[in-house]
Design a protein around this ligand. Sequence first.
Ligand code: PGA
Length: 251
Amino acid sequence: MRVIIVKNYDSMSKLAAKFVKEELLKKPDLVLGLATGSTPLGLYKELIRMHKEEGLDFSKVTTFNLDEYIGLPKDHPESYHTFMWENLFKHININPSNIYIPDGTVEDIKAHCIWYEEKIAEKGGIDLQILGIGRDGHIGFNEPGSSLASRTRIKTLARETREDNARFFGGDINKVPKYAITMGIGTIIESRKLILLASGVNKRDAIKKTVEGPITAMVPASMIQIHPRAIVIIDQEAASLLEREYETWEG
Ligand code: PGA
């Protein structure tokens, strides 16, 4: 695992965008795994800037999102469909038919999850997966206790996660859906490259356990330790409990 400590959120976003750009220039038909939440917003802003100012081309890119709430219509303001369109897709030249996000409104969720896994395989697998991390160590919506070999499926959200996300639902935890569809840890780990991002003191415990703790289903992100090409980009606050020496980036 390559751990890179940067100054702040802005540098984290810029460095992550630099890696995405490098991969995209090497492989214009990149299969990109995407995350939602506050963490990747700066990365998406920087990718939009690179598209507008440097002509970074997304026309051949395919994307797969990690997760989606169950029960929210696609056009709900807090659905991850809306999030992705508002914060990235509508600003770049991606082909809408190359965008995949789990659909939390389907009747047969099980069949939908199988279809999602098949689509990932059909596109040749994910080349680069972007990950955030929950305070409880989740990746995607794989909450503590998730099987480390899990595939795309329905998960019950942890109370901590619903508390954290209540800010997007007018501060009311009861409005946060209880269930989500998420790629499994097994699905995520099969990506050829992973970039996990974290910023701020709230994430320091989760990062400490992920980077320097044992691999355990109680900290799902710790599973990235077995990945041969995982990069963890964290700011100084998120890194503040780490005890070992790591690479730094001053950009
Ligand atoms: P955040 O969420 O980026 O909004 O902190 C991360 C996550 O829950 O995975």
